[in-house]
Write a protein that binds this ligand. Structure first.
Ligand code: PMP
Length: 360
């Protein structure tokens, strides 16, 4: 069986070149005479990988010098809790802009450590739009403002970085990091699970402004304390070395592709192709406001839910994988991250046209 066209939301498709290289280096990595999985994270070879991968990410995202880059574990979900643990106190408030399920989950996990305020929400539209900035009820005393630039389940993405004054802006970029150029200096903290645009699950990247690290309290365990991780170059304990290695390969791959500007163009073309196929079909639909449609995750619905099973079965037979929508929404979802090439989207669009013709 050949590798399929993979539209999984995450863990998601990796660049094939990266997988080939990882296979090539599986038994002997560089001059280590062992796999990268089998050597000390404190040895010279791994430390060199750690430093080089951080520099590559700094180059790709133009990360200013006054930010630390952390390579951590726990999934983005753990950081939903760890962020208020480090940057707030239970008697403080923090503003949350909720434009989908991941924003909701961030609020839920934050509750033991801060008083989250839902300062804006698009729940009333079933998360199909972004509430206009003029309607946000922000508290100037808030510990921070948190938002999710790309909601992976609902397929809703911010086009612009919101202006929030002097309150630190925190973004969960799990599903859109590195998908287009970004002005990092507008953020106090960016964090992202790796399993979409960076590599394998089990690794979380944090890009944190130095002044925020000064807030980390002394009365939490060291392992939860971001300032401790920063001071120890993410080697406070054993990191996810293989995940870090895969991320390092993806960063090199991204550089070779032309970086985030090239990715933005590539992602825009794929997304436009797919949305126009949906909109012009008279068969499929996507309910998201045109101004907020995600370039990464494209949910779409068939005219009769009874057709979902047939669609998925036929898609699988056509070697198209990972198209089942999230259980909260039903329908379909095609995730088209950086590693998805245009040819895969063309095959999907052809399949969708043919399916609509036969079942319309
Ligand atoms: N935030 C966003 C935007 C996500 O897409 C996801 C995972 N799909 C998460 C957080 C949670 O990530 P994890 O399961 O790795 O904790």
């Amino acid at each position: 069986m050949s590798r399929g066209y993979n539209f999984s939301a995450g863990p998601a498709a990796l660049p094939e070149e990266v997988l080939f290289q990882a296979r090539e280096e599986m038994l002997e990595w560089g001059t280590a005479r062992a796999s990268v999985m089998e050597i000390s994270h404190r040895g010279r070879d791994f430390m060199a990988l750690a430093a080089e991968s951080e520099q590559d990410l700094r180059d790709l995202m133009a990360i200013p010098a006054n930010y630390h880059v952390l390579f951590m574990q726990g999934g983005a979900t753990q950081h939903f809790a760890q962020i208020p643990m480090n940057f707030a106190r239970p008697d403080m408030v923090a503003d949350y802009i909720v434009t989908g399920s991941w924003g909701e989950k961030a609020v839920r996990e934050a509750r033991p450590y801060v008083q989250p305020r839902i300062s804006a929400s698009s729940l009333d539209s079933n998360y199909t739009r972004i509430p206009p900035r003029s309607s946000w009820d922000l508290d100037p005393q808030a510990a921070y403002v948190h938002y999710t630039p790309n909601e992976t389940i609902h397929g809703v993405e911010f086009r612009e970085i919101p202006e929030v004054g002097t309150v630190p802006l925190i973004a969960d970029m799990s599903s859109d990091i590195l998908s287009r150029p970004l002005d990092v200096s507008k953020f106090a903290l960016i964090y992202a699970g790796a399993q979409k645009n960076i590599g394998a699950s089990g690794l979380v990247i944090l890009i944190v402004r130095d002044d925020l690290l000064e807030r980390c309290p002394q009365n939490i365990a060291r392992i939860f304390n971001y300032a401790e991780h920063a001071a120890n170059h993410s080697l406070l304990n054993t990191p996810n070395t293989y995940g870090w290695y895969l991320a390092s390969l993806v960063f090199k791959w991204l550089k070779a592709q032309g970086g985030t500007e090239a990715m933005a163009e590539h992602n825009r073309i794929k997304a436009e192709l797919l949305y126009s196929a949906i909109d012009n079909s008279g068969f499929y639909s996507n309910p998201v406001d045109a101004q907020a449609r995600s370039w990464m995750n494209v949910p779409f619905f068939l005219p009769r839910p009874g057709l979902d099973g047939v669609f998925l079965e036929e898609a699988d037979a056509a070697n198209l994988l990972g198209l089942k929508g999230h259980k909260l929404l039903g329908g379909m979802r095609a995730s088209i991250y950086n590693a998805t090439n245009l040819a895969a989207v063309e095959v999907l669009v052809d399949f969708m046209r043919d399916f609509a013709r036969r079942h319309g």
